[in-house]
Design a protein around this ligand. Structure first.
Ligand SMILES: [Zn+2]
Ligand SMILES: [Zn+2]
Length: 425
């Protein structure tokens, strides 16, 4: 069969009056039937090899995947509803790469749209690394579908981005294309609780299950740029936004681009910071060596660490070898200092033995440093019961936090879980 008019032929292939859909193909049973002699693929093979289905399927539960496939097999003009509609993006543009089109033409083929350029958030060609162009599609029913030959005035998607933003945006394209074609090492995004774990490893956590959400959103915006995120309708704003929701797992509906954004973001952060959870340098604590501190707060390049043993210190981000600047030594040091003093050691000798300055050694021996006299467990218990009582009487955590800053800090240092439990309750 010789096709004289491709545009009408293609739309006719998908059914009489079929509308152009840049999101997900449909009526594939019919298409497979019609192209049996030329293509020789089953409807499922067409879905797997020629549509965006393999990409979206990576973000689906098994049942949603089945549902998605079911919809692709049949002829439907109905608006897609529910989870499928939330998952599939249907932009009003179709994108293409000039270099890809040139390659097509120079090898004697007709230039065609490529499916990897239609993936959500992909604005840079994964093959050529150049900005894509976009062509508006507003194709009414019963009219022919556009081909690349229809593009008269090409509009590049290019907009103002920094170099680092552009490389992050480019990485979105590369990762998305590898998901579509099943190449690359990471086959699917991390499962439940996975993002929180990653966030924690990248330094966005204070303690167990707590998230430095404001800093996380700020850094994510910085990574991709406001322009790009707004363009994708994914600029996080407010305290309850998609970034926080997805990382904490409260937003769990199937989604593709948000997952890819988080994926690329943590990949970049993880490799940039090379940061490990800080270890407590306390030599006398009951918890022994290499104990990860309970609480860690990040402020720009500094990590403020608080350990259960009573020690507090500051570390520089990404500098694992540098010494920690210890601000509070805690009870174990005081006990050791007192023991050495009762053995008759001089202040200078005690300082040398503990590895602290003479002034600190003197303070520790006299028990004048905070927390030197009572045990950490007792301090923790007192702080958390005082905190719980205050929250109970005020009713609102934020009010107590504002009015009793000292108490708040003490609970945060000694019993972060108590703090979390009052926040949740
Ligand atoms: Zn290209
Ligand atoms: Zn410690």
């Amino acid at each position: 069969m010789l096709v004289s008019d491709w545009k009408t032929f293609v739309s006719g292939l998908f059914g009489y009056g079929a509308r152009f859909n840049t999101g997900l193909a449909y009526n594939l049973s019919e298409v497979a039937q019609q192209t049996r002699a030329s293509l020789g693929m089953s409807a499922l093979e067409i879905a797997e090899r020629l549509t965006l289905f393999p990409y979206y399927a990576k973000f689906c539960s098994r049942s949603l995947r089945r549902q998605l496939l079911g919809r692709m097999m049949h002829w439907s003009l109905r608006h897609q509803r529910g989870d499928v509609q939330k998952l599939i993006q249907r932009p009003h543009v179709i994108r293409y790469c000039c270099s890809c089109a040139d390659e097509d033409r120079s090898s004697g083929r007709a230039a065609t749209w490529k499916r990897c350029h239609q993936l959500p958030g992909v604005l840079v060609c994964p093959r050529h690394g150049v900005w894509l162009f976009e062509h508006p599609v507003n194709v009414p029913a019963y009219s022919a579908w556009p081909t690349l030959a229809d593009v008269k005035q090409a509009v590049p998607v290019e907009f103002d981005v920094s170099e680092s933003e552009q490389s992050a945006i480019r990485r979105i394209g590369d990762l998305s294309a590898s998901l579509l074609c099943d190449t690359g090492s990471n086959a699917s995004p991390p499962g439940e609780g996975g993002w929180l774990e990653l966030a924690r490893n990248c330094g966005y956590a204070r303690g167990k299950n707590t998230l430095e959400s404001a800093l996380l959103c700020e850094d994510l915006i910085h990574t991709f740029g406001e322009n790009y995120l707004s363009r994708c309708n994914l600029l996080p704003s407010g305290r309850q936004n998609w970034v926080v929701g997805r990382v904490l797992g409260t937003q769990s509906a199937a989604a593709a681009l948000p997952e890819v954004l988080l994926w690329v973001f943590f990949e970049i952060r993880g490799s940039a910071s090379g940061e490990h959870w800080p270890v407590c340098p306390n030599r006398y604590a009951a918890h022994g060596p290499a104990h990860p501190v309970e609480v860690r707060r990040r402020s720009h390049v500094k990590l403020f660490c608080y350990c259960r043993c009573g020690m507090s210190f500051v570390k520089k981000v990404g500098d694992d070898d540098a010494d920690s600047a210890i601000s509070v030594y805690g009870e174990a040091y005081a006990a050791e200092a007192v023991r050495l003093a009762s053995d008759g050691l001089s202040g200078a000798e005690i300082a040398r033995s503990l590895g602290v300055s003479e002034t600190t050694a003197r303070n520790l021996t006299r028990g004048s440093q905070r927390y030197a006299r009572s045990s950490v467990e007792a301090t923790a218990a007192r702080a958390s019961s005082e905190w719980k009582a205050a929250v109970k009487s005020a009713g609102i955590v934020s009010v107590v936090q504002k009015e009793r800053d000292g108490l708040y800090r003490r609970v945060r240092r000694f019993d972060p879980e108590a703090l979390e439990s009052t926040r949740k309750g």
